[in-house]
Design a protein around this ligand. Structure first.
Ligand SMILES: Cc1cc2nc3c(=O)[nH]c(=O)nc-3n(C[C@H](O)[C@H](O)[C@H](O)COP(=O)(O)OP(=O)(O)OC[C@H]3O[C@@H](n4cnc5c(N)ncnc54)[C@H](O)[C@@H]3O)c2cc1C
Length: 482
């Protein structure tokens, strides 16, 4: 029962969901459902040990590891399936599980076991097992089905799909008592002892009034609407000059302001291509209007790209480039970060600093989608930048971001303290909302890193509950990377 001191926060939560302005889950009402300001919030009976908001692999792995350690977990996801950017954004690459020299496996745990299972099913292809810039191509539909199976098998995880976290209730600053979610029944309250914010946008933290920060939108990483296309292979055979990088040139009329994009095979499917060639820059997706703009602009760019290809590289009817699937959600590279106990610096990452509370290891390069092109910085000191030429084409420039070549690290670490929001007693924020400097974020944000952060958050939550610890103290040495 929430007492009179309880309060509700919700930037996009109850306070600002249109028409809900007067709504408060009134402490005095306390009943089921409570109604205040005309909006009813129904109580889900009982209490979860852990409530995880966000069901990408970060959230799913958090839920599964907490449940494995004995917790009863609610797993709340606003879309209809698990997998986050991989499944809702169609992004199909997990980076290498190895150090940059390929000599040491640095990532294991659920990431490795999921990858292995997809490989066994023919739904993943380990094209470059030790190349830190790539790794494994996944069939993301296969990933989504596998995540369903994993969640269904773990009876202590209760999934809530098509359920959006809308507000957080606290009984004191930094101590969350319930997640208020919006689903087809209206608003429901899920009470919990510990909360994991795996929304990527720090939604739960923001709604709970915890400190968050974001870059000016012009400095945020750009966002991309991805798609699955058919016909590209045929065009390539008939028109040797064809390439998606060609189509960014102004002469083709796709009217793109950027030059960087990438494509990938769709594992297990013939003749399909995954395409990530759109770019919505200067957009803060934590603001609802900006997110709407990103969705519409991303799809409009996709339309122009496909039309430009079909104009410039004609094919017979039925063999033209066609859109088979558009990502249900624009792929978001960045929005809000938590103000954590520690901000991971670029030096920490690129010089491979070791942490006694390390929860994830990675070898993927710093990758910043900025300007019209992209910048890569590698652990070995190389820097590669794509720059635009006067004719609208692009070229790659190589240099070094550091001079010395001694003691080159072959992997970096992400510390637990960067996913612990300052002032939070019972909240963690793994995934892309971690507290991280801009350049370091270019590397830390990739999925194999987020997966590990999620699993570690689940273990820490279970540890906190078992030993009565607050979030800052909940890391145990055994909680490190698997
Ligand atoms: C176009 C693109 C290409 C990329 N390429 C790669 C790549 O090749 N390899 C790689 O490893 N990484 C890549 N990344 C980066 C990587 O995909 C993301 O940084 C990573 O997936 C972030 O994981 P996350 O769990 O923190 O967030 P997300 O994947 O964004 O997951 C957040 C989840 O929370 C849910 N959610 C959000 N808000 C709420 C709410 N209020 N209530 C309930 N649920 C909510 C979302 O629906 C989603 O399922 C790419 C990103 C983009 C956009």
């Amino acid at each position: 029962m929430i007492d009179r001191r309880s309060f509700v926060f919700g930037a996009a939560g109850l306070g600002s969901l249109a028409g809900f302005g007067a709504a408060r889950t009134d402490a005095a009402a306390g009943g089921v459902p409570s109604a205040a300001g005309g909006v009813a919030v129904a109580d889900l009976p009982g209490e979860f040990d852990v409530v995880v908001a966000g069901g990408s692999c970060t959230g799913v792995f958090a839920a599964l590891t907490a449940a494995e350690a004995g917790a009863k977990v609610a797993l709340v996801e606003m879309s209809g399936g698990f997998g986050g950017t991989a499944t809702q954004g169609l992004v199909p690459v997990w980076h290498s599980l190895h150090s940059t020299d390929g000599k040491r496996q640095i990532v294991g745990g659920l990431t490795e076991s999921v990858e292995r299972e997809l490989l066994r099913r023919g739904e993943a292809k380990r094209e470059h097992p030790t190349n830190p810039s790539v790794g494994t191509y996944l069939n993301v539909a296969g990933l989504q089905l596998l995540l369903d199976e994993m969640v269904a098998k773990q009876k202590s995880v209760v999934p809530f799909l098509h359920t959006r976290l809308a507000a957080a209730e606290c009984d004191r600053a930094g101590h969350v008592t319930a997640a208020v979610v919006a689903d087809k029944s209206g608003l429901r309250r899920l009470r919990g002892k510990f909360f994991i914010d795996a929304t990527g946008d720090a939604d739960l933290c923001r709604y709970a009034g915890l400190a968050t920060w974001k870059l000016p939108k012009a400095e945020m990483q750009a966002h991309t609407t991805c798609a699955i296309l058919s016909g590209a292979d045929g065009i390539r055979r008939k028109h040797p000059g064809f390439g998606f990088n060609e189509i960014t040139k102004p002469k083709y009329g796709a009217k793109l302001e950027h030059v960087f994009g990438w494509e990938a095979p769709v594992v297990g499917a013939q003749g399909l291509t995954f395409l990530a060639y759109t770019r919505v820059s200067s957009c803060d997706p934590s603001l609802p209007d900006e997110l709407t703009r990103a969705e519409i602009e991303g799809r409009a760019q996709l339309r122009r790209i496909v039309d430009a290809v079909n104009r410039a590289f004609p094919m017979p009817e039925g063999e033209r480039l066609a859109v088979v699937a558009v990502a249900p959600h624009v792929g978001l590279r960045e929005s809000c970060h938590v103000e954590g106990l520690y901000r991971l610096t670029t030096e920490d990452l690129l010089y491979g600093r070791r942490f006694d509370d390390a929860i994830a290891r990675g070898s993927y390069r710093v990758d910043i989608h900025e300007g019209a092109g992209i910048t890569f910085r590698y652990l070995d000191g190389r820097e590669v930048r794509q720059v635009v030429k006067a004719d609208g084409s692009s070229e790659w420039k190589s240099g070094r971001w550091r001079r010395d070549t001694e003691d080159l690290p072959t992997w970096y670490e992400i510390p637990y303290r960067s996913i612990v929001p300052k002032e939070a007693e019972n909240v963690l924020a793994p995934g892309r909302a971690l507290d991280c400097a801009r350049d370091a974020y270019g590397a830390s944000r990739v999925m194999v890193n987020c997966n590990q952060m999620g699993a570690a958050a689940g273990r820490a939550a279970a540890n906190a509950l078992k030993h009565g610890l607050v979030a800052p103290k909940a890391f145990a040495p055994g909680n490190g990377p698997a």
